[in-house]
Design a protein around this ligand. Structure first.
Ligand SMILES: [Zn+2]
Length: 234
């Protein structure tokens, strides 16, 4: 299988589904991690142009830790809009080019607009990639891809319907999150938030819910014709 994570910022996929992506990769599946925004305003001291480069490199390192390949659409932070044709077409091309069998993205309702727009874009392209007369570099695909929503930060307003046991992959996941040093270090030094502990706690709670040590929670996008009669999550 080919798995395509579509996150908003560099680090979102690592936090929401990094263990699951590592598990897919370990099982021999090809995994792509596409972030739409470049994360350029995610710091109070480092200026946007410099931060954009830092975060792109961090995303590439994190993807490598998980056994995945990073893709960036390089949209500026706070500018992710599902209605922008150029972005939708670029993401459509990513789906066609990667040949992904399923998509993992943000919950449609989340704590910031960019995340919600990224979720809308992921759902949009699962449809638009099949339209023959929507031309991108790669040819159109013929079947609609299943979409899964990953957990929200701290699990707020998110009741998983499927769980993935990541007890074996938890340290690998945290190592990938830790690759985003510009975020983790900043939060630790200036906000006194241990973000690695934050993520571990959320996954431990999902593990408690699903009778394992650490887990990630998901919900499937339940819309025809995106549903297949078999489990796709590992
Ligand atoms: Zn984000």
């Amino acid at each position: 299988m080919v798995v395509l994570g579509i996150g908003c910022h560099p680090d979102d996929l690592e936090i929401g589904c990094g263990g699951t992506l590592a598990k897919y990769a370990k099982a021999g599946h090809k995994v792509f991690m596409c972030h739409i925004a470049n994360g350029n305003v995610g710091h109070a001291e480092i200026m946007p142009d410099e931060l954009r480069c830092i975060r792109t490199a961090e995303a590439e390192r994190a993807a490598k830790v998980l056994g995945a390949e990073a893709i960036s659409l390089d949209v500026g932070d706070l500018q992710v809009e599902a209605s922008v044709k150029a972005v939708r077409d670029a993401l459509t091309e990513v789906l066609r080019h990667t040949g992904a069998d399923l998509i993992i993205t943000h919950n449609p309702v989340d704590y910031m607009r960019d995340h919600e727009q990224a979720s809308a874009l992921a759902r949009d392209v699962s449809f638009t990639a099949t339209i023959p007369h929507l031309f991108t570099q790669s040819p159109y695909i013929t079947n609609f891809k299943p979409v899964f929503f990953m957990d929200t930060l701290a699990g707020i307003n998110f009741i998983p319907t499927e769980y993935v046991d990541i007890s074996v992959e938890i340290e690998q996941k945290l190592e990938a999150v830790n690759c985003h040093e510009s975020q983790v270090k900043w939060m630790r030094e200036h906000d006194h938030i241990d973000f690695l502990d934050f993520v571990r706690t959320c996954n431990k709670y999902r593990g408690l819910q699903s009778n394992c040590v650490y887990a990630e929670g998901f919900r499937q996008y339940l819309a025809w014709p995106h549903i297949v009669p078999r489990r796709l999550l590992p």
